[in-house]
Design a binder for this molecule. Structure first.
Ligand code: CTP
Length: 442
C-alpha cells in the first residue's frame, strides 16, 4: 500500500502551487474548526493515476456549509450554498471552484421522499459511492495532511485496473452507474470485475434501466460521447444490452470502426483549425450512432431521452436536412457536377457545423467530403464588403431589396467575380440601376 508520505509527495509534485495552497488552507480551516476534512473521489483516483483533474471534491466531517462560510471569511472567495443537500461551492476570484459536502448517509423517510441528510463519518460517505476506485480520500488537516484513506480496496483495484461496485445493490440503487462503469472502463483502460459484470447484467435483465429518467440517460450518453474515443464504450453498451434498452433499433452493429474514427478525425481537424470555435463533438458522434435510423425511430429516441427543445430540433429537422443535402452532394459528386462555390454555399450555409462534420464522417465519396471541407475552410465565413450605409449612399432606398443585394453580392464574391470594394459598388450600380433613385453620393 502507498504510505502517507508517498501521497503527500504526489500532492507536491503533481499539483500546481495554487491548488496545493488551496488544499492546505482547507486543512487549516478544518483544524481551526476542529473538523476533519478530506479531498475525495475522482480527484484522488486521478492523482494516483498521474492524470490531471481539476474537479476538487471536499468532504467535511460535520457541517459543510458552515465550513465553506468560515473558509470564505478567511480567504478570498465566494460561497454558494445548497441547504437541501448540505453542500456548498467555493468560488475563487479566478473562477476556480471547489465542491464541499458534509459527510453523510442518506436515507429516505418514505419511498420517493427527498433524502434526509445527517452527518456521519467519512467512511460511510465513501461507502455510498459507485466504484472502489472512487472511494479513496486524502486527509487535509495539518497533522494528517497527505494521509490516504482506503477502506474498500481502491488502490488494489487501481493497480489491477478493475472497476468494482462496493455492494450487490449498487446498480439497483442507481442504474446510471451502469453507464458510468462502461465510461470509466474505456477511459481508463480498465475492466469491470466478473462479479460487477454479473450484477450489471442482472440489473439490465430485471429492467432497472427503466427506472432512470430520460434526461439522466441522455446525460450519461453525452458524457460518453465527450470522451476522446467513444466507440469502444458504445460497443460495450451494445454488447451489454444498454443501447437496445433505450430503443430496440439502437445499435452500433451497422457502424464500421471507420465511421467513428472518421468522425473523430473530422472533429479533431475542425478543433485544430478553429481553436476559437469549438463544436459540440458529442453531437457528431450521436448522429453517427443514429445514422441507420429513420425519422420516426429517431423521434422515439428523442422522446425517450426527453431531449431539450434545441436538441430535439437538431436531431429532428436539422438532421433530416443534413441527410437530404448530403444525398444531393453525393449524387452530384457522382455526376462529376462542376460546383460553383456559390452553389455549395447555398446548400450548406444553414447546417450546424456538427452536421457538416457528420457528413464528412459518414460519406463514402471522397469528392463529397472534399466539398464539405472546402465549404468549412473557405466559404463559410465569406462576407461581402458593402454595408447598408453603402447601399444608401448609392441612392438605394432601404427595404427587402437590401437582403437580395447582399445575397447577390455574396454569390459573385464566392465565385470570384468581385474582389475589391470598387468591384462590389460597380456590380450593384450595374445590376440595380433601375432601383437607384438619386445620383450616387460617394
Ligand atoms: N457518484 C456515485 N454515483 C453516481 C455518480 C457519482 O457514486 N451515479 C460518486 C462517485 O464516487 C464520484 C463522485 O460521486 O467519485 C463524484 O461524481 P463525478 O464528479 O461524476 O465523478 P468523477 O469520478 O469525478 O468522474 P469524472 O472524472 O467523469 O468527472
Amino acid at each position: 500500500t502507498l504510505k502517507k508520505r508517498t501521497v503527500a509527495h504526489l500532492l507536491r509534485n503533481q499539483l500546481r502551487d495554487s491548488l496545493q495552497k488551496t488544499l492546505s488552507t482547507i486543512g487549516a480551516v478544518g483544524d481551526a474548526l476542529g473538523r476533519s476534512v478530506f479531498v475525495v473521489g475522482g480527484f484522488v483516483r486521478d492523482l494516483l493515476l498521474r492524470q490531471e483533474n481539476f474537479d476538487v471534491d471536499i468532504v467535511v466531517e460535520g457541517d459543510g456549509i458552515a465550513f465553506a462560510e468560515e473558509y470564505a471569511r478567511r480567504y478570498d472567495c465566494r460561497v454558494r450554498a445548497h441547504k437541501k443537500f448540505a453542500t456548498a461551492v467555493l468560488i475563487f476570484a479566478d473562477g476556480f471552484k471547489v465542491d464541499v459536502a458534509s459527510a453523510r448517509t442518506e436515507y429516505y423517510l418514505e419511498p420517493g421522499a427527498l433524502p434526509t441528510v445527517e452527518n456521519a463519518s467519512i467512511k460511510l460517505d465513501l461507502y455510498r459511492r459507485d466504484f472502489t476506485i472512487n472511494t479513496l480520500a486524502i486527509a487535509l488537516n495539518g497533522p494528517h495532511f497527505g494521509e490516504l484513506l482506503d477502506y474498500f480496496g481502491g488502490q488494489n483495484d487501481l493497480r489491477g485496473k478493475a472497476i468494482r461496485v462496493l455492494h450487490n445493490l449498487s446498480f439497483v440503487e442507481d442504474p446510471t452507474r451502469m453507464f458510468r462503469a462502461i465510461r470509466f472502463e474505456q477511459r481508463l483502460g480498465f475492466q469491470m470485475g466478473r462479479h460487477t459484470v454479473h450484477l450489471l447484467k442482472s440489473a439490465v435483465r430485471m429492467g432497472f434501466l427503466d427506472k432512470i429518467s430520460g434526461p439522466r440517460v441522455f446525460n450519461e450518453l453525452v458524457l460518453i460521447f465527450r470522451e476522446s474515443d467513444p466507440l469502444p464504450a458504445m460497443r460495450r453498451l451494445d454488447e451489454l444490452g444498454l443501447l437496445a434498452f433505450i430503443h430496440p433499433t439502437l445499435s452500433v452493429r451497422h457502424l464500421s470502426d471507420g465511421t467513428f474514427a472518421a468522425a473523430k478525425q473530422a472533429v479533431d481537424w475542425y478543433e485544430l483549425l478553429y481553436t476559437g470555435e469549438r463544436c459540440q463533438r458529442w453531437k457528431v458522434f450521436f448522429l453517427c450512432l443514429l445514422s441507420d435510423l429513420d425519422h420516426g425511430e429517431v423521434q422515439q429516441i428523442v422522446q425517450r431521452l426527453a431531449m431539450p427543445p434545441q436538441c430535439e430540433e437538431f436531431f429532428g429537422s436539422e438532421r433530416d436536412a443534413a441527410t437530404r443535402i448530403l444525398n444531393q452532394i453525393e449524387w452530384r459528386s457522382m455526376q462529376s457536377y462542376r460546383w460553383r462555390d456559390s452553389d455549395i454555399h447555398a446548400l450548406l450555409k444553414d447546417l450546424p457545423v456538427e452536421a457538416l462534420l457528420y457528413g464528412m464522417a459518414i460519406t463514402e465519396h471522397e469528392e463529397a467530403r472534399r466539398t464539405i471541407s472546402h465549404f468549412i475552410t473557405h466559404l463559410r465565413h465569406v462576407k461581402c464588403l458593402l454595408r447598408g450605409h453603402d447601399l444608401q449612399s448609392l441612392g438605394l432606398a432601404p427595404g427587402p431589396i437590401y437582403r437580395e443585394i447582399f445575397d447577390a453580392l455574396l454569390d459573385v464574391r464566392l465565385d470570384g467575380q468581385v474582389v475589391t470594394r470598387e468591384d462590389e459598388l460597380q456590380f450593384v450600380t450595374n445590376r440595380y440601376v433601375e432601383k437607384i433613385e438619386e445620383k450616387p453620393s460617394r
